[in-house]
Design a protein around this ligand. Sequence first.
Ligand code: AMP
Length: 426
Amino acid sequence: MSQKISGVKGMNDLLPGEIEIWQSVEGRARDVFGRFGYGEIRTPMVEDTALFVRSVGEETDIVGKEMYTFEDKGGRSLSLRPEGTAPAARAYIEHSVNNQEPVTRWFYMGPMFRYERMKTGRYRQFYQIGAEAYGAKEAAQDVEMMDMVVQFLESLDLKDISLNLNSLGDEACRPAYHAKLVEYLKAHREELCGDCQRRMETNPLRVLDCKNEKCQAVAAAGPNVLEFLCEPCRAHFNDLQRKLTGLGIKYVVNPRMVRGLDYYTRTVFEFIAAHPALGTASTVGGGGRYDTMMKGLGGPDVPAVGFAMGLDRLVLLLKESGKKFTQAPDLFVVAVDEGSQDLALTLTSRLRREGLRVDFDTRGGSLKSQMKRADKSGAHFTLVLGEAERTSGQAKLKRMAGGEPIPVTLDDVAKALRAHRDAAPA
Ligand code: AMP
């Protein structure tokens, strides 16, 4: 017997029954983001490794430990994208989009890849929905984006998700904070994990998002980034909060939040769900401002702000909500004898062309087995075809929920079905 081949660890199959939830979330995102003027982009799943090294940062977990990097046949180092902001920035620069319009709003959705330790809500291929706004440095742009996320979550009826905010300052004020942080971390060197003892020298901010409990305890008692903000950064952060309040958006300021990527300046934010279904993977999305990344990638001096949400985690929350996402067929056609099979095929073909969701059992079989199948399909109506129906061109629509059968001519099934479906009790 040949050996069974399994899917790759941490990479999931999405099948009918569940995929409808994904499609619903994607549909809501397209709808809400469209209302905010965001256009969809699709970039390749593979990029030059240097793109992520230079933007996300070499010292981050994502680039340092989690990327799927390989050499192609031409000897280039390529990586499966671990996130969407850097590829979008690369595309923005490559197509000189800044020369075409002063402000650009893009969104994307698709799979991302990180070689992470797996658990509930954490996978090696996972899906993100994200957005980027280029060209506006004002806090209003950050707020517009957070408002979009809030409206997106509302459209999914997801509650109990809190918005956490912080500011990481900019190149004017961050060095002083860095210096203070390094001084503090050096004094606590022995309490830090091996990785953080190294990070402390190369990229001290990364110590703040180390998952090790001891490191977290050290970080929690360390210097507060907000106390180091320069005047323009402070003004930006105050403006941001005032505008959020103006829109009625609730938030919590969390000065320890730095997020796991290097490119952020000023605003960073996270949306955190309080639902046990996510276990410790409670962050459903996050983002921030990255005003210097474009230039760092050799592009124009264009400010930007973006976010990404984990689709897998949103789906976990929606599964818990008990809401139904699958759509049952309008009609199940049952063909009781061989002669009716061809008629069933032409009738279902026509009804589908007319826009109805129709099912039938292509294997034929006994009336009883087909009725069982009709029942299982959850179809709202059934229609049985036999010799009598074939010769008379008349049949009966039977509502599965019960009630008197409805006589129809075979030419008018779609019309009758629509009329009775729309009049059906909820
Ligand atoms: P990040 O790019 O790390 O800021 O992640 C943004 C969002 O993507 C997170 O809040 C999660 O919802 C989701 N996410 C990140 N990594 C994973 C993963 N390995 N598995 C599932 N979702 C993830």
